[in-house]
Design a protein around this ligand. Sequence first.
Ligand SMILES: NC(=O)c1ccc[n+]([C@@H]2O[C@H](COP(=O)([O-])OP(=O)(O)OC[C@H]3O[C@@H](n4cnc5c(N)ncnc54)[C@H](OP(=O)(O)O)[C@@H]3O)[C@@H](O)[C@H]2O)c1
Length: 342
Amino acid sequence: MRSIVYSRTGSSSVLSLVEREPATPGPGEVRVKVTVSGVNPTDWKARAGGGSRPVFDEIVPNQDGAGVVDAIGDGVTNLAVGDRVWLYLAQHERPTGTAQEYTVVPAERAVKLPEGVGFDVAASLGVPAMTAHRALTVHEFGPARLSPGSLDGRVVLVAGGAGAVGHAAIQLAVWAGATVIATISSGEKATLAKAAGAHHAVNYRDTDTADQITALAPNGVDHIVEVAIARNAALDVQVIANHGSIAYYATDGGGDAAIPVWSTFAKNVRIQGVLLYTVGDAALSAAAEDITAALRDGALPVGEPAGLPLTWFPLEQTAAAHDAAEQGAVGKVLIDVSGDNH
Ligand SMILES: NC(=O)c1ccc[n+]([C@@H]2O[C@H](COP(=O)([O-])OP(=O)(O)OC[C@H]3O[C@@H](n4cnc5c(N)ncnc54)[C@H](OP(=O)(O)O)[C@@H]3O)[C@@H](O)[C@H]2O)c1
């Protein structure tokens, strides 16, 4: 089979196309014939590595993907050969991700796709949708699970509504019944955030962003899904409601955030970090179940009309796909591994 691998970290030039034998699934694992591999910032960041040596001798990149189960290990009861699945954390603590024709994953990281859901949608879920699910469910008085109506009456602010995680957060929050305000940096991105379902889009570069959000949510914002906590902390605490929750999932360049002490204290604000790799199995499986329910309801479409433009690459151009993600391609970068997806 064709695999993309790297043995040292660095620029995308460390990626090469090689031939490898498909692995045999061990106990509790499944092998998946990959049709689409999804690229996330975490994939190029892990590959770039900051000069450190990779943990494994050879790594196949990319955490997310979609395909068809083609072999089952001992003890797997929740999946069968022929099942269409979406994959999450395929390469977490393992050397083999989804940038190859077959990959082996623990069975719980392959989730059965509802009838009729395309592989483009399926490969866009993993990191973005699971992160968004967690960010929306860590509120002191909010629901721990998402379903239609679970966020009724609540206001959600999604920072960066045209990003991949932002897009998933808008879709899940709207599916769950919230009023959603997205922040964006341009008219084009406002159009994408609204196409995803956001009720309102506000430019975070305006001088009166807080006033605009407060006018839309006079009682304050209940949940904030935050991509840039260091830059947005002051805005967030201005617009947040009493007992509101700010769930931040990105490091914002690694700088520290200055937390306005008086207003966070006075409003009983919860500031919650979210990192998928360490969030734990209970949160991951809850997210996988709720995302599957949202898929069944047709709530998570992708593509430009749904607010998430897709940029495709063939498997042999995985390096270019990583570069596109690193350069901030708007929407989702996907790799057509089987060659028949677009
Ligand atoms: N913690 C986790 O487990 C986890 C999971 C997923 C992703 N992440 C991290 O989260 C980040 C985003 O991932 P992604 O896949 O969504 O990337 P993406 O598709 O590139 O989206 C990033 C979005 O952030 C927006 N943005 C940047 N600065 C902003 C600001 N000050 N205020 C509001 N929005 C701002 C950008 O919009 P503009 O360009 O218009 O500013 C863009 O829409 C990455 O750093 C990634 O590594 C972490």
